[in-house]
Each structure stands twice: as C-alpha cells, then as structure tokens.
Design a protein around this ligand. Structure first.
Ligand code: AHG
Ligand code: MN
Ligand code: MN
Length: 333
C-alpha cells in the first residue's frame, strides 16, 4: 500500500507545526484541483475586471485559488503570515510567537493563460521561518529572506493527474491525489533529476530580445549533432512554469525564463519569492541547479516582495553551462 501524505507527515517528515501547515496547503490544493476539474461546469473559468499588483489581468481562478489557500492555511497554528502573487501586501494571520513561527508564500494559480484552454496549471508554495522576541505582527521585511532559508517548498500540478512535489530540505518526494478517495498517495520517495539532458524549455518567440549568453546557449542546442554540443536537442514550452518544471523533475531538462530586452529594467518575468525560489529549492534538492544570471537563485537577497528575477534551472550540467556562458560574457575581451 502506498504511504499517504497524512502518514508521511505524521511519521516525522517535518516537525509537527510545519507538517500541519503543509497538510493545510495540500488540503487547499485538493480543493483547487476539484474546481479546476469542474471547469466551465463550476463557473470558474474566464477573466475578472481586476488587475493584480503587477498589472496582470486576474482570472477568476487566480482569485478563487488565492482565497482557498488563505482560508485553509490560516487554520495552521504555526503560521504567522502569508504573501501571494495576487495580493498587494502581506497578510498577517496571528502574531509571531514561539508557536507561530512560519510564513507562507504562494503563486495560487500558475499558468493563468492556460486555464481557459484546458492545459496543465498549478500552485507553487514556499515556507520561510520567522522569529520575534515579543509577540508582534509580521511585516514585509520578515519575508525578504534568501530562498536558502526556506523550511519547505513545493508545487502542485493540475494536469491529467494532480501531483504534489515537495521538499523539507532533505530530498524531494511526490504524491498523487487519488480522486476516488481524495487521498494524496506517495508515488516517488526520492526524486532525482538526471545531470545530462537533451531537452530545453524557453519561449523562443522572444529570441530577438535575449542577452548574448542565452542566445549562444540556445543556438548551440539548435545546432544539434554537428554543432558544439554534438547532440540533437528537443524543445518543450507549456507556458505554465509548474508543468515545465514538473517535466524536468520527472525526466530532466532545462527551463529558462531569462532577462530580455523587451523591458530592460525588469530583471525577468517570473517572481523570485513565489516562483523562482520554491522551484529552485525543489530542483536543487533533486540534484539539479538554479541560476539567476549572477549566482545560485537561492542565494539572492530579495529587495521587495514582488521582485522579478531571471530564471535558469534544471539538469545540473546545462545550468553549469549557462553559468559559464554568462561569466565569459562578463570578462573583458
Ligand atoms: P502566472 O500565470 O502565475 O502569472 O505565471 C505565468 C508564467 C509561468 O508560469 C510561465 O512559465 C510563463 O509565465 C509563461 O510566459 P509566456 O506567456 O511569456 O511564455
Ligand atoms: Mn506563476
Ligand atoms: Mn499566478
């Protein structure tokens, strides 16, 4: 019999406060999964008239998923506050105390452009520690920690199956939601990403805007067997980070959403706190690597909650190559 998530958490995968919080995240995601599956029948598709703090049009499911996570996770006594891609400011839950010592960050619905066309979407989450000498409400500054501090991170992909992939910093494990029993069942005990790959994921429509090292990297991949790489590459782009990262977690590959010259003052499209950091922790814990154009993603010190970042992650050999190309580009000729 496969291990259930409840058994896994009760068996000491994490300390009880953190285990309870992750249980609440999983409950919320099971609820979101049920709504995703109902689709138009549940009247959850389509856009709203509102925009989020980043000026992106909100889909109904962005807001519904955000509300479900807020409600379910507030019940976890170890949680002091939350922050989300879909909320302007931090959301205090209860004062920080010895008991309430975690912060939860999430991208409630990743891959919004895919909701209405019935393509895989997901939820991404990150847990950070917080402490205080005397009880006090959380502030934005409490959240601005490098990803290296994360106590837990993971994602749920709502695809042909609903799968939860997560880490407490001691490897990565995966659970699939059994729709017949509504139980999460462990499907992989220890995820391992192959070091080498022949598959890359990037939105190639932005090619003319890329920085030279990214352009060089992809040109070499495209040159195939007779080029510098000496092998043929395959390309995939779902346009849901969760789905693209999940494929890499399962069979290797490299995912890039790098800085590009469309908006030169923007570090990248994806968000450091809700997307890059949790995915970087999962990827590193599964043996891969994550790089932001300057150093390991997990070492970046965030300056603001909704900060964007350049993302390159996946099979270690490819990310190391990208890093070398970036470093060479910085050297004086
Ligand atoms: P979100 O739906 O949370 O805003 O994230 C969408 C992100 C990410 O999931 C995906 O990799 C990327 O945007 C796709 O962007 P393009 O449409 O530019 O390819
Ligand atoms: Mn997203
Ligand atoms: Mn989102």
């Amino acid at each position: 019999m496969p291990v259930t998530l409840d058994q896994f958490l009760a068996d000491g995968a994490a300390e009880p406060g953190l285990a309870q919080l992750i249980g609440a995240v999983a409950d919320a995601c099971a609820e979101i999964s049920a709504l995703v599956r109902r689709g138009a029948a549940g009247e959850v598709l389509g856009a709203l008239e509102s925009e989020n703090v980043q000026g992106e049009v909100q889909k109904k499911l962005d807001v519904i998923s955000n509300d479900i996570l807020l409600e379910a996770c507030a019940k976890a006594p170890a949680l002091a506050g939350m922050a989300s891609e879909e909320m302007d400011t931090v959301h205090p839950v209860r004062p920080v105390t010895d008991e309430a010592r975690y912060l939860l960050l999430f991208d409630p619905l990743d891959g919004s452009s895919n909701i209405d066309v019935n393509v895989s979407i997901g939820t991404i989450f990150s847990v950070l520690p917080v402490s205080a000498e005397a009880p006090r409400d959380v502030t934005e500054a409490d959240f601005l920690q490098p990803g290296r501090n994360q106590a837990a991170a993971g994602y749920v992909v709502y695809g042909p199956q609903t799968t939860l992939v997560m880490t407490f910093g001691r490897g990565v494990t995966a659970f699939t939601l059994d729709p017949e029993t509504d139980q999460w069942l462990q499907v992989i005990g220890a995820v391992s990403i192959p070091r080498e790959t022949k598959e890359f994921a990037i939105n190639a429509s932005n090619m003319r805007h890329w920085a030279p090292p990214v352009r060089r990297y992809i040109d070499d991949c495209l040159a195939g067997e007779t080029g510098a790489r000496g092998k043929n590459f395959n390309m995939r782009w779902v346009a849901s980070m969760v789905a693209d990262v999940h494929r890499i977690v399962m069979r290797g590959g490299v995912f890039l959403y790098p800085w590009d010259a469309r908006e030169p003052n923007r570090a990248g499209k994806l968000r450091l706190m809700y997307e890059a950091n949790p995915m970087a922790m999962v990827i590193e814990q599964a043996g891969g690597a994550a790089y932001d154009g300057f150093g390991p993603t997990l070492d970046a010190k965030p300056a603001s909650l909704h900060q964007r970042v350049s993302v390159m992650l996946g099979s270690a050999a490819e990310v190391e190559r990208l890093q070398r190309l970036h470093e060479e580009a910085l050297q004086p000729a």
